[in-house]
Design a protein around this ligand. Structure first.
Ligand code: ZN
Length: 282
């Protein structure tokens, strides 16, 4: 009986019940850590979140699943930063595993939320009407306070994030870069939005007619970025687990330009192979 009541409470929980639950194994807590310069990791084991800090305030990138928001909040505080010092919230793309926690994080920090024009409607609709998934993956809606344009620099004090529109995975998918200095050397970190096309219709897609051209332009654009610190919206993109273990044993393990190039090579090959398959009618 007790068990039954508990089940009822969980099922009718007003916060998350109507939203897509976190994917098992992707929302495990992770100790927050410094990546390089003023960049910190504050996300879960697979869905990522990053804090870009300055003495004047911080920028926070991505919110994971709805259930990731409390983990992110705890991680920011564990590092000794204040939630209310997060002045701007930004996102890679309007999918439930990265935008799910944004509404709560916006509430908890009081930050202004900046998003690309093409992703804003999907963010405000909580994932409803996605060109590929329809209403399947829903998250708490979050309204943007300002629009991010291609090439725009978002600033809080000396913390800066550069926006690069890289559409395809979503129509407003945004890749970010940040210039950092460590041991007197300059580096550029790239936070890749995503270049996967999970089950997407690439040929004659009435809901996204320019999808193939967008992906091809995005690959080109990502290759042109002179980035050497490789990061992204999923920890598995950049082997966070493997690299974390190497912290403190020699060079900064997150400096990995070859890993970034290999990631693009592999994903582009996969994309072109899928396109070929779909064109052949398979
Ligand atoms: Zn996605």
């Amino acid at each position: 009986m007790k068990k039954f009541i508990l089940l009822l409470i969980v099922a009718s929980s007003p916060c998350f019940a109507q939203y897509t639950p976190a994917t098992p194994g992707q929302n495990e807590p992770v100790e927050p850590f410094r990546i390089i310069g003023n960049l910190y990791y504050v996300g879960a084991n697979e869905v990522t979140s990053y804090l870009i800090t300055s003495p004047e305030g911080h920028i926070l990138l991505d919110g994971g699943f709805p259930e990731t928001a409390p983990l992110i909040e705890r991680n920011i505080q564990k590092l000794g930063f204040k939630l209310t010092d997060v002045k701007i919230l930004i996102s890679t793309h309007a999918h439930y595993d990265h935008a799910g926690g944004l509404a709560e994080l916006k509430r908890a920090t009081g930050a202004k939320f900046y998003a690309s024009a093409a992703d804003q409607p999907l963010l405000a609709a909580g994932g409803k009407g996605d060109f590929a998934f329809g209403d399947r993956f829903l998250f708490p809606p979050v309204t943007a306070d300002a629009t991010v344009e291609d090439g725009q620099v978002i600033r809080v004090g000396s913390a800066e994030m550069h926006a690069h529109l890289t559409p395809g995975h979503t129509k407003g998918c945004t890749t970010w870069t940040a210039d950092v200095v460590e041991d007197g050397e300059k580096h550029t970190a790239v936070f890749v939005c995503s270049v996967s096309a999970p089950g997407y219709k690439l040929v004659n897609n009435a809901k996204y007619p320019g999808i193939v051209e967008d992906y091809r332009q995005t690959f080109k654009k990502l290759r042109a970025l002179a980035a050497d610190v490789f990061l992204g919206s999923h920890a598995s993109f950049w082997d966070m687990e493997g690299k974390r273990k190497k912290i403190g044993s020699g060079a900064n393990p997150f400096i990995d330009p070859a890993g970034y190039k290999a990631f693009l090579d592999e994903n582009e090959k996969e994309f072109e192979a899928e396109l070929k398959k779909q064109k052949a009618g398979k």
